[in-house]
Design a protein around this ligand. Structure first.
Ligand code: NAD
Length: 411
């Protein structure tokens, strides 16, 4: 799918106009500080294109994940880095935005090759990152184990311990309690707040979750605990529909039963649960549910399928899952989109907590981490919601306005 240019997104243009931000600001906002591209070589394999895009550091060091996926490309990385800048500003944490990735299907690598690729990637970007410069984290197909390999390699490069260089580490390597579940937990806090405002009881609502990785699983787990019935889930292998509702924990157990490829990717799928009806992946997006939760990749709700979306609420747990054309259609149909830069910001907020703990050599309890996250997200949601009510704007427009205002004050 052709990547949308972030500078052309109508909601961003709207927010810039609303704030009356001048041309000089716009020019600087849409310029990228550094676009690093290289080729990584693995023994016995082709070369892999690798990227690190540093967008903006007005509010602090660059911050952004590392993705291993066959569709990774420079334009995608730029969009995601740009969104990280907006997300960190909205979250009110002192970071800018970056993103990195390798164009690879990691499931086709052996465990040893995956380790070598992770090490080669971090070596290639080591000269342009640092705990006060750019702090990477996990994203699609990267996890705490991969981050641990990268940390070890980076520490060889600098010749000293440096846990604050990466977040999303395992606990014994300086990771934070609560980081694994932070994104899904955060999405649930935001959703709960919106439902409270609208006086809706979660126990009367149903949801479908596209993508059952870190973010999708934890979101399903926590919203299910809130009372929402999860009637469908999907992953890269397919989708499954369970009208009476499924148990996210049991579904994850089932997905994991067949073991792992490359040491960390499930061989099994959500489709392995034996009490669900198989669905076409796209079919999940059109189900008659209350809440649709894209938690996989960008652009999945687009002009081809937006008109068929029946859910009233779209909780954007993936980054950039709704294209601008789709957004227009959804808005006309009165749908409420909880934008990615708010909904999935729990991950980067706890990454910030992890970084703070590393710099101060502290270790916070999970209760403390999740409590701080909840308070912060409630405050952030309330600000976005208040702006949207006062100015009669969408939640995305309001989120962009708050974020761009903070950036304009920082420049
Ligand atoms: P992950 O690799 O753990 O999981 C991705 C999931 O998506 C997997 O289950 C995969 O099978 C599934 N998937 C891939 N293609 C699919 C398709 N076509 N249909 C259905 N499912 C498909 O990745 P993640 O960390 O959970 O990230 C998911 C999304 O959330 C990404 O957009 C990422 O940028 C965003 N995000 C992640 C974090 C984080 O903390 N990990 C934070 C903020 C945003």
């Amino acid at each position: 799918m052709k990547q949308e240019n972030i500078a052309d997104q109508p909601e961003i243009t709207f927010a810039l106009r609303f704030l009356n931000l001048n041309r000089t600001f716009r020019k600087r906002l849409f310029s990228f500080d550094r676009e690093f591209k290289t080729q990584l070589k693995l023994k016995g394999k082709n070369q892999f294109s690798a990227f690190r895009i540093q967008h903006n550091h007005w509010r602090g060091p660059y911050k952004g994940g590392i993705r291993f996926h066959p569709q990774v490309n420079q334009e995608e990385m730029r969009t995601l880095a740009f969104l990280m800048t907006l997300k960190c500003a909205l979250a009110d944490i002192p970071f800018g935005g970056s993103k990195g990735g390798v164009r690879v299907d990691p499931k086709k690598l052996s465990l040893e090759q995956l380790k070598q690729l992770s090490e080669a990637y971090i070596r290639s970007i080591a000269p342009i990152i640092g705990p006060n410069v750019d702090i990477p984290a996990p994203d699609v197909n990267t996890n705490a184990q991969i981050i641990a390999w990268m940390l070890e390699e980076y520490e060889k490069f600098v010749g000293k311990p440096c846990p604050a260089i990466l977040t999303g580490k395992p606990l014994d390597k300086g990771g934070s309690q609560g980081r694994n579940e932070a994104t899904g937990y955060g999405g649930t806090v935001v959703l709960e707040r919106l439902l409270q405002r609208l006086k809706l009881n979660p126990e009367n609502l149903t949801a479908a979750v596209q993508g059952f990785g870190n973010v999708g699983y934890y979101t399903a787990h926590f919203i299910n605990r809130l009372g929402v019935k999860i009637v469908a889930v999907s992953d890269s292998q397919g989708a499954v529909y369970v009208p009476k509702g499924l148990n996210p924990d049991k579904t994850l157990e089932c997905k994991r039963e067949k073991g792992f490829v490359s040491g960390c990717y499930c061989v099994g799928s959500v489709c392995d649960i034996d009490y669900g009806h198989p669905l076409k992946s796209d079919g999940l997006l059109h189900l008659d549910v209350d809440i649709l939760i894209p938690a996989a990749l960008e652009g999945v709700i687009n002009k081809e399928n937006a008109a068929q979306v029946k859910a009233k609420f779209i909780l954007e747990m993936a980054n950039n899952p709704v294209t601008s054309e789709a957004e227009k259609i959804l808005k006309q149909k009165g749908k409420i989109i909880i934008p990615d830069i708010l909904a999935n910001s729990g991950g980067v907020i706890v990454s910030y907590f992890e970084w703070l703990q590393n710099l101060s050599q502290e270790k916070w309890t999970k209760t403390r981490v999740l409590k701080k996250l909840k308070l912060k997200l409630r405050k952030n949601f309330d600000k976005v919601y208040k702006t949207s009510q006062k100015e009669k704007l969408s939640l995305r427009q309001s989120a962009y306005i708050i974020s761009l205002k903070r950036l304009s004050q920082a420049v």
